[in-house]
Design a protein around this ligand. Sequence first.
Ligand code: ADP
Ligand code: ASP
Ligand code: MG
Length: 408
Amino acid sequence: MALIVQKYGGTSVGNVERIQNVANKVSKFVKDGHQVVVAVSAMSGETNRLTSLANVITSEPSRREMDVLLTTGEQVTIALLSMALQNIGHEAISYTGWQVPISTNNIHSKARIESIDGDKIKSQLNQGKVVVVAGFQGMSEYGDITTLGRGGSDTTAVALAAALNADECQIYTDVDGVYTTDPRVVPEAKRLDVITYDEMLELASLGAKVLQIRSVEFASKYKVPLRVLSSMKEGGGTLLISEKDFEESDMEKPLISGIAFSRDEAKLMILGVPDKPGVAFQILGPISDANIEIDMIIQNQGQDGTTDFTFTLSRSELSAAKAVLEATAAKLGAREVLSDDTIVKISMVGIGMKSHSGIASNMFKTLADNNINIQMIGTTEIKISVIIEEEGLETAVQALHAAFELDK
Ligand code: ADP
Ligand code: ASP
Ligand code: MG
């Protein structure tokens, strides 16, 4: 008998028939003698629907009330799935995040899980029940409802698996594993049988939304055996493993494990600021004080004692950041502040890159051959990222995927 935590995403519970399909899948594991905890998302489109309702009322809804609103989506699914399980003869019980309880910090809309009390779940499992838990939600120390950020049900599942010391965490979604890139953009993308936590962390942080980054951090930290699978199609999916296990296996290390991209990118430029010590701090200090995260930075030295400074950030924070930067520009006597929200970031990731040169130049050549202009470049040991105009995204990802023979 194993203890398995399963997570079913929005598409997998997108209508009543699919919820019944999930109940049948869960049923098979129970009949095989396993204990099963299921974390579920809201039905597909529901979180967006609720968000747009709020946006009819205000463009800046209170984050606390937004969390109260959005968590209703998952509450619908847990009840329906429990009913579907009961209807096919299983004992099942649903819990919201705060009933478990799943305790988080109090940062509404991007809360972090701090602890999970597994006693109630264990006691229900020991009574032979399937426990169905709402993903994406928790409760702060003040008793307020919180959410874990978009895609947060993945993190609920992995955190539950860690807290309950589960034998495996299975993430069921609308693709049958982790691919070399998003198969919606490159139909030739290949499914990976295994991927290391570190590579998946990079891919997730660079925009591959198949797993929320926090879920991979949890899995890596607590050594949770994590598998990504399809809820519609049979198959072994993709298993996440440690780099040590990878090295001990006789699998060949790929140079590039995947290509990730993010459409949620914007750029701010401040032109003609004095080129002297402390300027970067004067520009970015106020941005950071406003709790705005920035990503890539470029500073160009001019000829006339001035410099231009560019950085990227999430599109959703562009207008707030621009207001802060304009105030700084007035103080510094800068020439101009410009913004652009039509950029995207494409990144190639691979642990094998550490020991290979020439990957960056091959990447730049491929983009040049396809007439795609690179606006910014960033590299680490295991990734290369470029910022380009958004209209080139599909062409660039497809060309890079082919050039690096990721379909082979
Ligand atoms: P769920 O609702 O089940 O959480 P998501 O939409 O959040 O599903 O994540 C699954 C989607 O992630 C896929 O449909 C696919 O378009 C996208 N995706 C992006 N990058 C990858 C990748 N490298 N491998 C697989 N899927 C990817
Ligand atoms: N329903 C939430 C979302 O759409 C959480 C999740 O699905 O993981 O982001
Ligand atoms: Mg998701």
